[in-house]
Design a protein around this ligand. Structure first.
Ligand code: GUN
Ligand code: FE
Length: 425
């Protein structure tokens, strides 16, 4: 195997030219073999195995997805609240049948792994049994992350509505079974402020604090939703509702966050909370375009999610690409574009930043110290990619790979050093 100097912070991945990774069980270790990295700033995003047409990336991380919605992708033409009641709630009610749920969870795991996703921050349904099944099966598959019971004790159909006290007990049981030090752990998941009573929101916020668990919910996704929230909570602003309930914390991940004023942004920033940007879902449901550049300039932490099934892309590479497209689309609404007719590309992330976001950036947002980077001693969650185009010849190799992306280029997904069989999808 030809040798070039590695620049991955002096750290080299054990991986053979014959393409079979021979990693020590579970972790990345040093070898004298050769790779070079492609960086975002000082952060390595992917490694390039010089002589082979091989690119290795840290396993991709999806910080907002709904496991029971994988079969509902593509229900076009409805805004959020109608889509929820007409499409999503009936689909999620099917998970009350545990056999059905288990079969679907198996398929969802296969689909995640086939597109290189090795880490998830995911919603289940309001069924406790189905949620535990999802936690068990994702854990067995070796995927990292958190999954939460999608809490609903008001505002939904009977099949998904659980009595308040039972719901709170179930959250506690799940937290005990899958505590936050597990590779696959329970997330405290009030679906959104319209589906939970105040008692539930306050109680689960306490449980999240006690168990140091991730909190995930939806925030300011559509204008109509914001108005309904304000009517329901005596004129309160959406973020303030969650803050009052104790749900705005440094371990909170808020899906969408499109319609937030300065005060709301300030609340999130002060708590060090995260907004999970979901560009594909935002366009599919016609919700709006999140101002990523503005959020970042106000020092709010951001992550990126597929939001399947409002989002239609399983692949985080494609979602990363959609993040770039959304940033360009946002520019069309700017005064600068009106006056000059040109997009200000300094407000648009480069491919290397998008790739950073779907790996190390999302890991940082989730507080997963051992994920998202190719680093000695870290669990070997990796994706081996063979692009079938001359990607090295372009001025920006990663941009070429990202925008010419073909899912068939994924040759291996590796979880804790074990190559996963990608055949059944
Ligand atoms: N708000 C409350 N529930 C949901 C959901 O399932 N998907 C999306 N996109 N928004 C929500
Ligand atoms: Fe969502």
């Amino acid at each position: 195997m030809a040798s070039t100097k590695t620049t991955v912070g002096g750290q080299i991945l054990r991986c053979r030219a014959d393409r079979s990774c021979s990693l020590q069980p579970g972790v990345i270790e040093l070898t004298d073999e050769t790779i070079t990295d492609i960086q975002f700033g000082s952060i390595p995003t992917t490694v390039d195995f010089g002589d082979e047409n091989t690119l290795v990336t840290p396993g991709l991380i999806d910080t907002h997805l709904h496991l029971p919605q994988f079969d509902s992708i593509g229900a076009l033409g409805m805004p959020l609240l109608d889509w929820l009641s007409q499409v999503i709630f009936p689909a999620e009610a099917k998970w009350n049948d545990l056999d059905y749920a288990r079969k679907m969870i198996k398929r969802v795991i296969e689909q995640c792994v086939s597109v290189g996703t090795t880490g998830v921050c995911a919603y289940s349904t309001s069924s406790y049994q189905a949620t535990i099944a999802a936690l068990e099966m994702f854990s067995e598959a070796g995927i990292r992350g958190v999954i939460g019971q999608s809490l609903m004790d008001r505002g939904g159909p009977d099949e998904l509505t659980i009595p308040t006290d039972r719901l709170i007990d179930e959250v506690q049981s799940a937290l005990q079974l899958f505590p936050s030090d597990r590779r696959m752990a329970t997330a405290v998941t009030p679906r959104f402020a319209l589906s939970c009573t105040e008692k539930t929101m306050r109680s689960v916020a306490h449980l999240a604090k006690e168990f140091r668990a991730t909190i995930q919910t939806h925030l300011a996704e559509t204008r109509r939703e914001c108005h309904v929230i304000s009517d329901h909570f005596d004129g309160m602003e959406y973020t303030e509702v969650y803050e009052t309930m104790g749900l705005v914390t440094e371990r909170s991940v808020f899906g969408h966050g499109i319609y937030l004023d300065q005060t709301a942004i300030g609340r999130l920033r002060n708590a060090n909370a995260v907004i999970a940007h979901c560009p594909t879902a935002n366009s599919f449901l016609g919700s709006g375009v999140m101002n990523r550049h503005d959020h970042l300039s106000r020092q709010v932490r951001l992550s990126l999610g597929s939001d399947i099934g409002a989002g239609f892309e399983r692949s985080m590479v494609r979602v990363g690409r959609a993040m770039v497209e959304a940033a360009i689309a946002k520019q069309f609404q700017s005064d600068a574009f009106d006056s000059t007719g040109s997009v200000d590309f300094s407000c648009v992330p480069k491919a290397s930043e998008a790739w950073y976001q779907i790996t190390a950036g999302n890991a940082e947002a989730m507080g997963w110290a051992e994920a998202g980077r190719i680093q000695i001693g870290h669990p070997a969650d990796l994706v081996v990619i063979h692009p079938t185009i001359p990607w090295r010849d372009s001025g920006d190799a990663l941009s070429t790979v990202m925008f010419a992306w073909d899912d068939r280029w994924i040759r291996q997904t590796i979880l804790r050093g074990v190559v996963v069989d990608l055949s059944p999808i």
